[in-house]
Design a protein around this ligand. Structure first.
Ligand code: NDP
Length: 246
């Protein structure tokens, strides 16, 4: 299988995209390390992966807390081949109604969290190399109303990915950013059923939301040794949303 003998750490693996990534990569043969704050959710998912014949481990980690990230990585034995920096929060509302502490918590999670995790990953990978995949968003490349903190944090993740790719190429560490468009999950399904949600879908050139499975092939590519010459890349998976007509 594609990722046999690879250890892949996924942050934010207790729900949504991260849970899907962990299940997909475990089915591809990887030993997956699921991390997030909600240990019981992680353990439930790990148990299901193991029951299906996969290899999984749960490690509690709060990405906003550099010590928690360091302790989490210390609890993972052996070589780490790939880290998927997926944990993130939306946060939002119009900028004038965004309290400073909410702006701060979006940046703490989505930007500083990505840095803390990437740094611990690179410390582990610097002798033998590895791959880091940062989950940004199309909102890191274009803006929308009511999500100033989020869009700023994701733009910073795109730029951070390029900066780390530049610094860590000498260690054989590849750093790339994956920018999903709007992906249907249990958390946003209600919104997309509303008229506002349907209007949004009509502005996507492919006229549909992304499904979790739409991310599988690009994610596998960025994790794989077959992408050995890709670093500092930014890949959008969005049904053409970024090229919608102005
Ligand atoms: P979910 O809310 O379903 O999942 C977010 C995950 O992040 C959870 O596992 C949560 O776990 C974890 N998390 C949040 N805060 C922290 C923290 N401080 N420390 C550790 N883990 C944390 O969101 P999605 O699956 O939709 O989003 C996942 C990523 O994909 C995010 O970065 C998001 O910005 C990005 N994205 C999503 C899109 C979408 O359409 N869904 C589109 C583009 C990008 P716990 O609460 O247990 O800690």
């Amino acid at each position: 299988m594609a990722f046999s003998n690879k250890t892949i750490v996924v942050t934010g693996a207790s729900s949504g995209l991260g849970e899907h990534f962990a299940r997909t990569l475990a089915a591809d043969g990887a030993q997956v390390v699921l991390t997030a704050r909600r240990r019981s959710k992680l353990e439930g998912i790990s148990d299901e992966i193991i029951a299906a014949g996969g290899k999984a481990l749960s490690v509690e980690m709060d990405v906003t807390d550099a010590s928690s990230v360091e302790e989490g990585f210390a609890a993972i034995d052996g070589r780490i081949d790939v880290v998927i920096n997926n944990a993130g929060i939306s946060g939002g509302g119009p900028a004038l109604r965004t309290p400073p502490e909410e702006f701060g918590s979006v940046v703490d999670t989505n930007l500083k969290g990505v840095f803390h995790v990437a740094r611990q990953a690179a410390l582990r990978m610097q002798d033998e190399g590895g791959a880091i995949v940062n989950i940004a968003s199309i909102l890191g490349l274009r803006v929308a109303g009511g999500v100033a903190a989020y869009t700023a944090s994701k733009a910073a993740v795109v730029q951070l990915s390029k900066a780390l790719a530049l610094e860590w190429a000498r260690y054989g560490i590849r750093v790339n950013a994956l920018c999903p468009g709007y992906i249907e999950t249990s958390l946003n399904a209600d919104f997309f059923a509303t008229e506002a949600g349907q209007n949004l879908i009509r502005r996507i050139p492919q006229r549909r939301l992304g499904q979790l499975s739409d991310l599988d092939a690009p994610l596998r590519l960025l994790c794989s040794d077959e992408a050995a010459y890709m670093t500092g890349s930014v890949i959008a998976v969005d049904g053409g949303h970024l090229v919608s007509s102005l």
